[in-house]
Design a protein around this ligand. Structure first.
Ligand code: MG
Length: 457
């Protein structure tokens, strides 16, 4: 499956070293052409390469490096690292781009190549299309005397940690003195290479599972509440004040409360915003499928939420344009401009501990202060006909709703919304609704499916 920001597949089926080298070489040629045309084109064109912990990671890592060398790009190899550490390394080295070998939260049989532009952001739609054009053309290969060189960089994670610990509103000494008791589940992902060290530097007593960075996931690696039973038990057994769970490439963070309940990854951004909005003005940027709990938190702080199309790069670019205080996604992705315009679980951990420190209340009590919502998600095969007719029917049927057409159709009311959008990576349409209770959310989904099902028949 190819999208603007990456190519992914099941290892040994659609995703082979041949496919990976083809895309990596095309990406390298694209990045090199951009680099040569740019203003910073002194020195050599360099591309950062890193990978998460997946079993297939080392194989694709070697294939990726070879492909980049073959088109004359020098490689800065950061090895096993979280995706946000790789993005930061692209910026740090002033590189022409980066390749992250990770299938993020997808199950063990998947892997993927994700394309990072020279600013450290994932490629946007225009860049992705342009790059795909190069992949599909005949990519010029370097002769023996023009092959790229490989340089190791073992400090990507260390620099990332330093950046997180120097966030202006994270008071490291105060957090250290508080000696939080924390439970942690890194799902055998790259989180094991950064989060334990971060918690150690923040003076936490850590009770952890699944820290081995071997990619042998013992649970489904997406940090959604239903996958966090072991962490819930660990929180209760260890009497931890909070449980942190990360996905394999460490851009998503989910929380378990002191009562041993996974509160849902929508809360991560909302609670991070609760802290950050104390320190600075500006909107919160979230995507159109993010829980409205973030609206409640923003409103309480006198701020508002700006919605962007789904996709990390869309949120990142909107944050830049709006001068956002904070941004992210309801899937546990927190973005702070100071560190980097990308979702970053270590940022989330530090900000959440500072929030708990300042609130001086159990996490469960903080959450209980806010309204409760239930999100219901559904998906169906994408009809062959355009979806505009569906959107028209829905807008007619829900005349009292506020409509947002940036990315599919999102209809919203004071305390509920429904979002219908075609997936960017799969031939499906997603229908997501949120309401104060499950029955109301399900009803929104059911009603929104009617014109879709009619179109599909
Ligand atoms: Mg991820």
């Amino acid at each position: 499956m190819v999208s603007v920001s990456g190519v992914r597949g099941r290892v040994g089926e659609a995703l082979t070293p041949e496919v990976v080298t083809r895309f990596a070489a095309g990406f390298g040629a694209w990045a090199k052409a951009k680099w040569s045309a740019g203003t910073r084109a002194s020195g050599r064109c360099r591309v950062v390469v890193g990978r998460d912990s997946r079993v297939s990671g080392p194989m694709f890592h070697r294939a990726t490096i070879a492909a980049l060398q073959s088109v004359g790009c020098d490689v800065i190899d950061v090895g096993l690292a979280p995706t946000p550490s790789i993005q930061l390394a692209v910026e740090h080295h002033d590189a022409a781009g980066g390749l992250a070998i990770t299938a993020s939260h997808n199950p063990i049989e998947w892997n993927a190549l994700k394309f990072i532009g020279p600013s450290g952001l994932f490629l946007d739609a225009a860049e992705g299309t342009e790059m795909r054009g190069v992949v599909e053309s005949t990519v010029p290969r370097a002769t023996w005397d023009a092959l790229g060189a490989v340089q190791l960089d073992e400090h990507a994670i260390g620099r990332h940690l330093d950046a997180v610990l120097s966030l202006p509103f994270v008071k490291v000494d105060a957090i250290r003195n508080r000696k939080f008791r924390v439970a942690l589940d890194c799902a055998h992902g790259a989180g094991g290479a950064i989060i334990p060290e971060l918690l150690k530097r923040l003076g936490c007593e850590v009770h952890a599972i699944n820290l081995e960075t071997d990619g042998r996931f013992t649970r489904p690696p997406e940090p959604i509440a239903s996958n966090l039973g072991d962490l819930e038990r660990l929180v209760l057994e260890s009497k931890a004040e909070v449980g942190f769970a990360t996905d394999p490439d460490v851009d998503r963070l989910a929380l378990v409360s002191d009562q041993g309940i996974a509160i849902g990854e929508d809360w991560t951004l909302a609670l991070a915003a609760r802290l950050v909005l104390k320190y600075r003005r500006g909107p919160v940027v979230a995507n159109l499928s993010t829980s409205r709990i973030v609206d409640d938190v923003a409103k309480e702080a006198g701020a508002h939420v700006v919605r962007a199309p789904v996709g990390e790069v869309n949120v990142a670019m909107r944050m830049r344009r709006e001068g956002a205080a904070i941004g992210g996604e309801g899937n546990g992705g927190v973005i702070l401009t100071e560190v980097h315009l990308g979702r970053d679980a270590p940022v989330g951990v530090a900000v959440l501990l500072q929030m708990l420190l300042e609130d001086n209340a159990p996490l469960s009590a903080v959450v209980a202060r806010y309204p409760r919502y239930v999100i219901v998600k559904d998906k169906l095969d994408r009809p062959n006909a355009p979806l505009d007719a569906v959107y028209d029917v829905l807008r007619q049927g829900f005349r009292d709703a506020e409509a947002d057409t940036q990315d599919g159709l999102r209809l919203s009311w004071g305390d509920r919304w429904v979002h219908v959008r075609p997936s960017g990576t799969e031939p499906i349409v997603r229908v997501i609704a949120e309401a104060p209770n499950a029955a109301a959310a399900r009803e929104l989904v059911t009603r929104s499916r009617v014109p879709l099902d009619a179109l599909g028949r």
